[in-house]
Design a protein around this ligand. Structure first.
Ligand SMILES: N[C@@H](CCC(=O)N[C@@H](CS)C(=O)NCC(=O)O)C(=O)O
Length: 226
């Protein structure tokens, strides 16, 4: 594989329907289609030295761009906003919405780490390993609390009053996974928001690149019996 610094390509090291989707989506919002280097969670390619030089903890996403490689989805999104300000997807220093922008960029990973734990318990464990009912119950309750907080943040069409931003990409993507663990009925504003995000042309273009949403094998994952 060639290196970003040498060939100038924008190349996304990508696991389908993972947090890397955020990067693919924001790039599509900017009219950029990256080369995709696809990985499978648990697959040997994620442990190869070649990948670990780009993402030292062996995680996706990592983005080769502008002659360097960046990992962590929030850092990548902020980098893209700062280096391509003409799109207006960031809220820089001095912007009155900056505090909320930064808050949501961080909060999205608080929520995503709970989703990750539930994915691990419900989707990735293979017999004889079994989900822990106590851990699943606790993390489901904690996820529900973040969803309630998210709904309370929503006042208009998007998270920030001035309109769509990378904060919507960061946080909005989580809404792909949340309904598999927490019923969405109590949160009509969030459901409408998720519909609005999915209707965006760039979201649809990213979905077309991504392929079928087949990560989850069932519609809902209840807390297992103790
Ligand atoms: N905070 C990181 C999390 C990255 C992460 O954990 N990605 C997952 C996919 S969503 C991964 O690569 N997992 C590989 C593994 O657990 O081996 C980010 O937002 O980029």
């Amino acid at each position: 594989m060639t290196d970003a610094a040498q060939d100038g390509a924008i190349r996304l090291h990508h696991v389908r329907w993972s947090r890397s989707f955020r990067v693919l989506w924001l790039l599509q919002e900017m009219g950029i289609t990256p080369e995709l280097e696809i990985y499978e969670i648990g697959g040997p390619k994620m442990r190869e030295a070649d990948f670990l030089t780009r993402s030292p903890a062996g995680r996706s996403p990592a983005l080769e761009i502008d002659g360097q490689v960046i990992f962590e989805s929030a850092a990548i999104l902020q980098y893209l906003c700062e280096t391509r300000p003409e799109h207006g997807f960031g809220r820089g220093t001095g912007n009155p919405e900056r505090w909320r922008f930064l808050e949501v960029m961080g909060f999205a990973e608080t929520q995503a780490s709970l989703i990750e734990q539930l994915n691990l318990n419900h989707v990735f464990l293979r017999p004889p390993a079994k989900p822990s009912p106590v851990v699943v119950k606790l993390n489901t309750a904690r996820l529900r609390a973040t969803v309630a907080a998210f709904e309370a943040m929503l006042e208009g069409d998007y998270i920030l009053p001035s309109g769509f931003s990378a904060a919507d990409v960061m946080m909005g993507f989580n809404l792909y996974a949340v309904p598999y663990f927490v019923p969405m009925d109590p949160w009509p504003k969030l459901q409408a928001y998720w519909d609005r995000l999915q209707a965006r042309p760039a979201f649809r273009a990213a979905v077309a690149l991504e392929g079928p949403r087949d990560f989850y094998a069932q519609d809902f994952y209840p807390v297992p019996d103790a």
